[in-house]
Design a protein around this ligand. Structure first.
Ligand SMILES: Cc1cc2nc3c(=O)[nH]c(=O)nc-3n(C[C@H](O)[C@H](O)[C@H](O)COP(=O)(O)OP(=O)(O)OC[C@H]3O[C@@H](n4cnc5c(N)ncnc54)[C@H](O)[C@@H]3O)c2cc1C
Ligand code: FES
Length: 265
């Protein structure tokens, strides 16, 4: 089984209200991490024994550093505790975990990277890896959905492709959802990779099915063990799973990335 590693916080700042950008020195995890994978972060409070899964937003194997961008989910929560941690202190983590995005499936085709809200961070690592893989950014459209004009990370995607923004309140980009932005800008793709809230993923999966576009989505479910042992994180699938003999898959171990047409929303 994968071992825990002691990371050291290099920096942490609030980039928009409630959203924090954490850089962690964790050479073992940084050496192996790829887009769509996550790490389990262990907090100090003995009441919070369960780890917090957070996606890899950036991995720099040369510097041995990981970047994570997360939302504080409320006062008194584990993510609130995490947000108070200062640079220089250590933090236990396990990872990288999960399967990651199969970016090789993009081939030479046009790609949509679709992110919604706190599902956006893992797509930044995906965008960088896709550019490394293909050596071109002109076949990549990054479509990002936000609540309002707090468009965290949006500018960082610009070197990796065309960036289209949708906001729920219409304060930036297209008013509405990521699919409204796709239609408004008349964008087309051969392959889709997406991460975001379930209703967005369900809509993207429907769109991909209608347009017959292969699509992979990163699912988020509440987790407990985070390593495939407890079945707390299962999502419903069309096929029977060999591990549990029922129609579900473990997001932490079998995912978090699945073919969109495998999932029952
Ligand atoms: C694969 C994966 C990747 C994720 N990546 C990110 C990310 O990059 N940035 C980000 O802000 N959030 C991410 N999340 C969600 C994040 O894990 C939760 O917001 C966080 O665990 C909430 O912990 P808490 O202590 O603040 O909340 P609490 O409600 O106090 O948590 C109680 C327990 O429930 C679990 N839990 C609560 N909400 C979630 C949730 N949405 N998903 C999984 N477990 C949950 C916690 O881990 C904890 O064990 C990801 C979740 C998954 C499954
Ligand atoms: S969280 Fe325990 S099996 Fe996924």
């Amino acid at each position: 089984m994968r071992k825990k590693e002691e990371g050291t916080i290099l920096s942490q700042k609030e980039i928009v209200p409630g959203i924090f950008d954490l850089r962690l020195e964790a050479p073992d995890a940084a050496a192996e991490a790829s887009a769509g994978q996550f790490v389990n972060l262990y907090l100090d409070d003995p009441a919070r024994l369960l780890p917090r899964p957070i996606s890899i937003c950036g991995a720099d194997p040369t510097e041995g550093a990981l970047r994570m961008v997360y939302r504080v989910s409320g006062p008194g929560t584990g993510t609130a505790e995490l947000s108070r941690m200062e640079p220089g202190r250590t933090l236990s983590l396990m990872g990288p975990l999960g399967n990651g995005f199969p970016l090789g499936q993009a081939g030479e085709g046009r790609v949509f990277l679709i992110g919604g809200g706190i599902g956006i961070p893992p797509l930044l690592q995906a965008a960088g890896e896709l550019l490394d893989l293909r050596g071109r950014s002109d076949h990549t459209d990054v479509i990002l959905g936000y609540r309002d004009r707090n468009d965290f990370l949006a500018r960082e995607f610009e070197p990796f492709g065309h960036v289209a923004i949708a906001t729920e309140d219409g304060s930036l980009g297209t008013r509405g959802t990521v699919l409204d932005a796709i239609r408004a800008e008349n964008l087309h793709a051969d392959v889709i990779f997406a991460c975001g809230p379930k209703p967005m993923l369900a809509a993207v999966a429907r769109y991909a099915a209608e347009e017959a576009i292969p699509c992979w989505i990163s699912m988020e479910e509440r987790m407990a063990c985070g390593i495939g042992a407890c079945l707390a994180c299962v999502c419903r699938t069309k096929e029977t799973d060999g591990h549990s003999n029922v129609r579900n898959r473990r997001v932490c171990k079998d995912g978090p990335v699945f073919r969109a047409d495998e999932i029952v929303f």
